[in-house]
Design a protein around this ligand. Structure first.
Ligand SMILES: C[S@@+](CC[C@H](N)C(=O)[O-])C[C@H]1O[C@@H](n2cnc3c(N)ncnc32)[C@H](O)[C@@H]1O
Length: 290
């Protein structure tokens, strides 16, 4: 939620991300003549949320390279994959848990290389991949980062921007302060998150227009979080969500801290008493050369 990329937050949201991801990628893969030789590059991969979702949904890439600069998150990838693979499959790994093989007896199903590196400096070897994933990062990016990434799109290499925050947050029931808080939140998302000035939710309109102007094909689907607050886990997550929102907005210029505090306290009461649910809008976006 802020530019420190809290690992506990990234881990915590994984279960909601898993439910939210749309069928857009299945629809794309279904139309390909073969999916057996797809190599995946997952940039800013975090704890491997995108690959874990793929494996859970029986999408097995022949070779995967996952890159992030947070070693703690990278080291959790093996555990996260283990939690979703079918019981007859085994994961073989090196001592660092960064080179993984998913095996069915002796047959290698997938070869996964996890690399600690700065993705902003990654600029080589894109032609080895048929799918490049950017999960939950588009809204953190600046115009120039997006301009450069779109140059990689080819007819046999799709760019998949999943879980892109689209600026829509709806509480049910809502209150009169929600709109005020959301406008500050969406402005906060447009600060520098390590890629230059972030576009926040405006990144979706920006990338759509840019793709069309470069004659690339673009497909978009909704992938929202819909958190009903039915379980203890939902309650913990929602409480973390409002706390992080309060912390992020507290020092913003122009914010009325009394309203922020009142909003937080009201939401906390409603969450703790299971009187409220949350919708957070995201989009999945697939771009390739026609
Ligand atoms: C919002 S998280 C998304 C993580 C993951 N893709 C997911 O879907 O859960 C953003 C990730 O980008 C990583 N990150 C940000 N800037 C980076 C950079 N320059 N190089 C490598 N990783 C970076 C962070 O460590 C964090 O894991």
């Amino acid at each position: 939620m802020d530019n420190k990329f809290s690992s506990s937050w990234i881990e915590m949201r994984q279960v909601y991300d898993m439910q939210a991801r749309s069928p857009l990628l299945f629809e794309y893969l279904d139309k390909l003549p073969t999916t057996e030789n797809i190599n995946l590059l997952d940039l800013y991969c975090g704890s491997g949320s995108f690959l874990v979702w793929s494996i859970k949904n029986n999408i097995n890439y022949k070779k995967c390279v996952l890159i992030d600069y947070d070693i703690k998150l990278l080291k959790s990838i093996k555990r996260n994959i283990k939690s979703v693979i079918e019981p007859h499959l085994k994961i073989q790994s090196n001592t660092n848990n960064l080179d993984l093989l998913i095996k069915n007896n002796k047959e290698i199903i997938s070869n996964i290389k996890i690399i600690k590196n700065d993705c902003n400096k990654y600029n080589k070897g894109y032609d080895k991949y048929q799918l490049i994933s950017f999960s939950a990062v588009l809204d953190l990016m600046s115009k120039s980062t997006i301009n450069n990434i779109l140059k990689i799109a080819k007819s046999d290499c799709a760019l998949y921007f999943s879980l892109c925050f689209n600026g829509k947050v709806k509480w049910t029931p809502s209150n009169t302060m929600d709109k005020y808080i959301l406008s500050f939140f969406n402005n906060h998302q447009r600060s520098d998150k390590g890629f230059g000035l972030a576009l926040g939710c405006k990144s979706i309109e920006y990338i759509s227009k840019l793709a069309k102007s470069r004659d690339l094909s673009i497909k978009i689907k909704e992938s929202p979080w819909q958190i009903k607050n039915h379980s203890e886990m939902d309650k913990i997550f929602l409480n973390r969500y409002i706390l992080d929102t309060k912390k992020s907005l507290f020092h913003m210029e122009g914010i009325d801290r009394k309203i922020l505090k009142l909003w937080y306290e009201q939401k906390k009461y409603e969450i703790d008493n299971k009187k409220i649910s949350l919708y957070v809008g995201h989009n999945d976006i697939l771009i390739k050369r026609k």
